[in-house]
Design a protein around this ligand. Sequence first.
Ligand code: FAD
Length: 302
Amino acid sequence: DFPRASRRACPDIHVSFEFFPPATEAMEATLWESISRLAPLGPTFVSVTYGAGGSTRERTHATVARIVKETSVKPAAHLTCVNAARDEIDAIVRGYWDAGVRHIVALRGDPQQGQVPGATAKFCPHPAGYPNSTALVAGIKEIADFEISVSAYPERHPESPSVDADIDVLQAKIDAGASRAITQFFFENECYLRYVDKVRARGIDIPIVPGIVPVQSFKQTANFAKRAGATVPQWLADRFEGLDDDPQTRRLVAATVAAEQVLDLVDHGIREFHFYTMNRADLVYAICHLLGLRPKLEQKAA
Ligand code: FAD
């Protein structure tokens, strides 16, 4: 059975990149450096998140609009149901369509952090808003024929009673018009592969794209993971042990860990990956290089 799939150049690898809207000029410069570096790799799309509580509405829109204007990559705008009436959300959706955006990542969203540090406030639908992600997907489809991606949770959503209940929700989102799911990040590939088997056994055939997070900072990732309900295995903690003040080694270890994860998924037949870039290009670029992706000339020129 040699060579392994990950050692061959796989012509059918597809990637997408996720960014968050920058809050300062310095962050904006970093973001655009990263987009310029990653765009020539020919991603299927690049997505821009929508801050918790809907806090980045204008910045998300501005970032997506600039991607449309200045690059040849296809943008996807994240959108949530939080803190807004249906009319306001519908106006944002129409604004995206008018700006030439054709892909939305539709989510329920989370409220902003509660009063207790570290505690996540409970989602409470806006009285005149969309009650959940399924309703949002249906609402967007009523406005225009957007391509719609939604979330999926291999380790179940923290508020969900079970993975099966989450798959019911996934099915409802697909029935409403979603055509791709992007997973919450995970570190144990077994967990993702088992989840995909369960989803397929239910007759769901849309792409379930693994969300990959390169560990830029172990502490920060562990914090995100806690809130997202993603397990941080002890072996991962062990790999980053003692590296808090050693950024150079930490980056090499981070690249190794992410490459190991992605190449193992390739060996399991996975060909599509969504990278949570944290607005930094270097680790993701290196992993894409290992996946066999090379900059495309026409995109370089653009
Ligand atoms: P959903 O699929 O809507 O599920 C959320 C919970 O509600 C689950 O427990 C589910 O079982 C339950 N549920 C859903 N529908 C129903 C229903 N009809 N009846 C009863 N229960 C229901 N957050 C942001 O704020 N901004 C972002 O840009 C953002 N991007 C993300 C991108 C990805 C790929 C992922 C995986 C997550 C992202 N999130 C983002 C986080 C997400 O908003 C939170 O995880 C949120 O808590 C759930 O929203 P959802 O759409 O992912 O979940």
